[in-house]
Design a protein around this ligand. Structure first.
Ligand code: BGC
Length: 778
């Protein structure tokens, strides 16, 4: 566990849901993240319908749209040429899920009166967030309230809710007020660089509003990014008797207030549909009618039909993606929770990606990082390859801006992807741990390679992949140079470890650049030979000189890869091993994460890693290292790594598995698996950690099951942690769907879809076919 963290919360251990059985202001902020719903576009934090009257700083009632942002100039007290100019941050958009409840003259509030029963469940198989409670008002009136909500996977712009109130010991007035509240703002930045935007006050400005009977809509615009947004709701009240409806408007807050005389035991049911349409997707003039249409259609289908659709979507997902662990309930829950949140977070339209916190909170401002390609991509590639392709399409859509960025960085050709962004522009205001991470180019190339090897999708390669690979490969020639000894060096970059910055020859960067350069040259040669017309077209798009691929190969062949002969380990960079080792023994627990307690230069001066760096290369470029190499590198870097980044433990777990450190593999894995559920990094209230979540999946497949794809060939080397009875996971590979089940002393491979699949079990080549779809091996 992270040194400064302690678990704040524990839920009953159910494999398919998280459930809370009491309401607690202490964990409320965190619960809003954990119980968040999303569909890759809309994200609704798990805030209660009625609002929250608890202590300040214990809630953030946020609603987010993946990729919908405002931009703001970045103000540098000391500017310099080429620094990122503009930040983009994901906006908190109008809150459409508000429903207030009055019983006679008393307002329902979870913190007033008495909550007699309480249960809230987020179900991973239905995708529904349900809360059931019984409440007694101060004056002794009792009600049951059951509410359900869903953010529809099948309808990008839609969410749906149902709210049912039943008087339990009285006859009287019940008033339900549905709100659409546009007066929302984002968190303001504090001392933690990982949270908040520089903007204070509202970023969305009201242009128009519309309210009639059961319908409310707000049309707003962002000041700088210039986007229009329509947020709209439609409500429907069902009750045995008549109801009175009043429409209220207070600034940007629109309300439908329904009042009934309810009998004891008689349910009052409010159904509410909400949608968001922005000019990032459609022309501004279409947003209003599209919203009306979507809501009318939702009403015509009804809440139950949307719920059914959601369950079906999820059934298909779990059928492909489920990782089953027998023997550890806490872990099983953690894994399903992670998989579910990944699906909720990932953009599926080719225009959006997956942000570091998904759509669950404002940490890292909704930015996309290398987290996508190196951590999250494998999960989707092998579980839902269609989504993996969408993630790669997003990068293609950003190629133009990456070219522009390369020019700003004085590269006369090629493309440099931003370290962090929403719409494609570089948004990192701190370049030593931002733009300097040039490895982003190789990370993207790596994911294209992985994708191509697993799917053989020539269409993507020809339309998008080859051009990205070659344009980004050019940058290595742009920043690297041959030194006097003839080595190709890449200087002044930052590798994955953000506790070491602006170094020469970061091992990870150079090794990944080598892979990238070779792969780009291979792809160029393959297309040139097989489809010369296509090659000419792509080369034309980027004015590729015929000699360039050879230059790439030469640089790759002569790449500097720092190695310390005395220690027999790969050096993180040219200077890392000559620095003083951080004084871990005298660093108090509360000083972690170090980034919040020491000036960056103090950290940079020491041998101390925030996260896996060389050790990550051992995984991604597995075949380039012997087991002995891996063991020595792991032994050296583990003691100097703080895992202050949530991207670290999963990688250490995988390599520990491979080198036979089973105990450590398990411990590192457990840190990742329940990182958000147990809030071990102490900041999940600002959003889930999507990279770590996907790291859990890698921990099972790459770690315990030893899965690797080497030169396009799939292989496994399974082990079973002593704590588990067995585990099962599935892999989409080359059109087939394979199930791998690891039991004591035996692994069973089963072909679930497809005609045949070849792979290796340790050193043995196996083939599954329709006539022999199951094989077991010791
Ligand atoms: C890590 C980066 C990561 C970012 C977003 C930072 O703490 O050091 O590697 O990309 O978080 O998750």
């Amino acid at each position: 566990m992270h040194p400064s963290a302690k678990p704040k919360h524990s839920y009953p251990l159910d494999a398919w849901c998280i459930r809370e059985t009491s309401f607690d202001t202490q964990s409320h902020f965190l619960d809003e993240t954990l119980f968040a719903l999303g569909n890759g576009y809309i994200g609704l934090r798990g805030s209660h319908e009625e609002g929250y009257s608890g202590p300040a700083g214990t809630s953030l009632d946020g609603t987010y749209l993946n990729g919908f942002y405002e931009s703001e100039p970045i103000h540098y007290p000391e500017a310099a040429f080429g620094l990122a100019k503009t930040n983009q941050f994901m906006l908190n958009v109008p809150n459409g899920k508000g429903i207030g409840l009055w019983i006679e003259d008393e307002r329902f509030d979870l913190l007033q009166g008495t909550v007699e029963k309480y249960e809230r469940t987020l179900d991973f198989r239905t995708g529904v967030l349900q809360r059931a409670l019984q409440w007694k008002s101060k004056k002794g009136r009792r009600v049951s309230i059951v509410s359900r909500r869903v953010v529809c996977f099948e309808h990008k712009h839609l969410f749906a809710m149902e709210y049912v109130v039943t008087p339990l010991n009285f006859f009287g007035r019940v008033r339900l007020v549905s709100t659409l509240d546009g007066a929302v703002k984002n968190l303001e930045a504090g001392d933690d660089p990982r949270i908040g935007s520089a903007v204070s006050g509202p970023a969305l400005h009201l242009v128009d509003s519309d309210q009639e009977e059961h319908f409310s809509a707000l049309l707003q615009r962002t000041g700088n990014s210039g986007f229009s947004l329509v947020s709209a709701t439609a409500t429907e009240l069902r009750h045995a008797g008549p109801h009175a409806l009043r429409l209220l408007k207070n600034g940007q807050r629109l309300e439908q207030s329904y009042e009934v005389q309810a009998d004891e035991g008689q349910a009052v049911r409010l159904t509410k549909f909400g949608c968001y349409y922005s000019s990032r997707d459609y022309p501004a003039k279409e947003l209003m009618w599209r919203s009306r249409d979507a809501l009318a259609q939702a009403q015509a289908s009804g809440f139950d039909a949307l719920l059914l659709e959601q369950t079906q979507y999820l059934a298909d997902f779990w059928q492909r993606a489920d990782v089953e662990i027998a023997g550890d309930d806490a872990l099983q829950q953690g894994i399903h929770f992670n998989q579910f949140h990944l699906l909720q977070s990932v953009g599926r339209d080719g225009k959006t990606n997956i942000s570091a916190k998904g759509v669950t909170g404002e940490g890292y401002e909704g930015h996309y990082f290398w987290d996508t390609e190196i951590y999250i991509f494998p999960f989707f590639l092998y579980s839902k390859p269609d989504i993996a392709r969408k993630l790669l399409e997003y990068r293609y859509a950003g190629l133009g801006k990456a070219r522009e960025r390369a020019r700003q960085m004085s590269h006369d050709k090629g493309a440099l992807y931003p370290w962090r962004t929403i719409a494609g522009e570089e948004c990192s205001a701190y370049f030593p741990a931002g733009t300097a991470q040039y490895h982003i180019n190789a990370d993207i190339a790596y994911s294209i390679k992985l994708y191509f090897e697993a799917t053989g999708d020539d269409d993507y390669m020809l339309r998008c992949g080859a051009e990205i690979l070659m344009e980004t490969a050019r940058i290595w020639l742009g920043i690297g140079n041959y030194d006097r000894g003839g080595r190709f060096c890449i200087n002044q970059v930052t590798g994955p470890d953000e506790y070491t910055a602006l170094v020469n020859n970061n091992y990870y960067t150079n090794a990944m650049a080598r892979m990238h350069l070779n792969f780009a040259a291979d792809v160029a040669a393959r297309i040139a030979a097989a489809q010369p017309g296509e090659f000419a077209r792509i080369a034309g798009l980027m004015a590729l000189d015929a000699a360039e691929p050879e230059e790439w190969r030469r640089a790759a062949g002569l790449m500097a890869l720092p190695y310390d002969v005395a220690l027999q380990i790969h050096a993180q960079d040219d200077s890392f091993l000559s620095k003083k080792v951080w004084d871990f023994a005298n660093t108090p627990k509360e000083n972690y994460p170090l980034l919040l307690n020491y000036h960056p230069m103090v950290i940079y001066r020491h041998q101390v890693c925030k996260q896996a760096d060389v050790v990550l290369a051992l995984l991604l470029l597995s075949e380039e290292f012997s087991l002995e190499d891996k063991r020595r590198d792991f032994d050296y870097y583990e003691p100097v790594t703080t895992h202050d980044s949530s991207l670290s433990s999963c990688i250490y777990s995988i390599i520990a598995s491979e080198i036979g450190y089973h105990r450590k593999a398990y411990d590192f894995f457990m840190e990742t698996a329940r990182l958000d559920l147990d809030d071990t990094h102490g900041n999940t209230h600002y959003g889930v950690h999507t990279a770590a979540m996907a790291g859990t999946w890698m921990g099972v497949a790459y770690g315990f099951a030893g899965m690797r794809v080497v030169k396009g060939a799939l292989r496994f080397a399974p082990t079973l942690p002593a704590q588990w009875r067995h585990y099962t996971f599935k892999i989409h590979f080359k059109g087939a769907l394979l199930q791998v089940r690891v039991e004591p002393g035996r692994t069973e491979y089963r072909l679930l879809q497809g005609e045949a699949l070849s792979f290796a079990h340790r050193a043995e080549a196996l083939e599954l076919t329709l006539s022999a779809p199951v094989l077991s091996r010791a």
